[in-house]
Design a protein around this ligand. Structure first.
Ligand code: TXA
Ligand code: MG
Length: 288
């Protein structure tokens, strides 16, 4: 299904069988938890055993939208969906097709990004891997995703707010909303969190199949440019605005893959807080 972030591979979140098939199709390790999608905040709350005040504030401010909130899991969600964890990541997507599908199914839908584990997430229906497409009942084409990278993941447990994965909803927006009334807002997983709850700790993630490197001076014909002008038809000039860059990133990398790139270079975009989510994804795409 399309969402405003990336396409998701959706199945009934309450069904162990359905969730197991999602893991199989993605070739994803069973301990890497999925995100559960609901049509409304009220439906999402049913998937939560506890619903902290901070979760309510975040949901009111950012749902429907590109934010996933990690809370204690209720019995409505299959244990397998959470990779065996006692918690669940919940999200109310904004995309009208996702919302219609969830509403009409009358279910909570577990939906990880519709990519093979560690590969690029699809931000266009045609970028869904054929191996995933074969396992799916259908692909709902909802057009290009407007955000283009996966949701911000934030956990709100034990009086501390942790941004586990940066995304379109920024840490400063979260700090601005919550202040320190609900506990400190920090970046990254806690010392006690298992490695797999942090998307960042899977080093190579969201990566093209071919070797991809960051560079200051582009030499490869297959490159994402920032600032410099394309000197060859196969180079792609990226937008200079961080949200537009994020929107185009996976589609551009897909295109270079499809053109038969043997080495992809990414010309470094600027640093700064508004570039945090882009830097997270390009760092993962270029680590080996
Ligand atoms: O934008 C998105 O979030 C997309 C669309 C389809 O909604 N979905 C997505 O799902 O990116 P996925 O499965 O590719 O990423 C989910 C990540 C996991 O890798 C994990 O790091 C984190 O979210 N996560 C999920 N459940 C968690 C939990 N209970 N505790 C901590 N992290 C969790
Ligand atoms: Mg993913």
């Amino acid at each position: 299904m399309p969402t405003e972030t990336v396409y998701g591979l959706a199945g009934d979140a309450s069904s162990e069988a359905s969730v197991t098939r999602i893991f199989e199709a993605k070739r994803r390790p069973a301990n890497d938890p999925l995100i559960v999608h609901a049509a409304s905040a009220d439906r999402a709350r049913e998937a939560a055993r506890e619903w902290p005040a901070a979760a309510q504030r975040l949901a009111e401010a950012f749902w429907p939208g590109p934010l996933s909130i990690v809370v204690p899991r209720s019995a409505l969600v299959a244990e397998a969906a959470s990779g065996g964890l006692d918690t669940v990541a919940l999200r109310c997507p904004a995309h009208p097709v996702a919302r219609a599908l969830i509403e009409r199914s009358g279910r909570l839908l577990a939906a990880p990004s519709a990519n093979i584990f560690t590969r690029l997430s699809p931000s266009h229906a045609e970028d869904v891997d054929p191996d995933i497409a074969r396992m799916a009942a259908m692909i709902l084409d909802g057009g290009p995703c407007t955000v283009g990278i996966e949701s911000t993941v934030v956990s709100v447990m034990e009086g501390i707010i942790r941004v586990l994965r940066p995304g379109d909803v920024s840490i400063s927006q979260i700090r601005g909303l919550l202040g320190d009334r609900f506990g400190e807002v920090v970046e990254g997983p806690g010392p006690a969190d298992p490695a797999h709850v942090s998307p960042g700790l899977f080093k190579r993630h969201y990566a093209p199949k071919v070797k991809t490197v960051l560079c200051s001076v582009v030499q490869s014909p297959f490159a994402l440019l920032y600032g410099s002008a394309p000197s060859q038809g196969t180079q792609i000039a990226m937008p200079d605005d961080p949200a537009a860059y994020a929107r185009d990133l996976y589609a551009a990398l897909h295109r270079l893959e499809m053109m038969g790139a043997d080495l992809i270079e990414i010309e470094r975009p600027p640093h700064g807080p508004e570039w945090a989510a882009v830097w997270d994804r390009i760092t993962k795409a270029t680590s080996d």
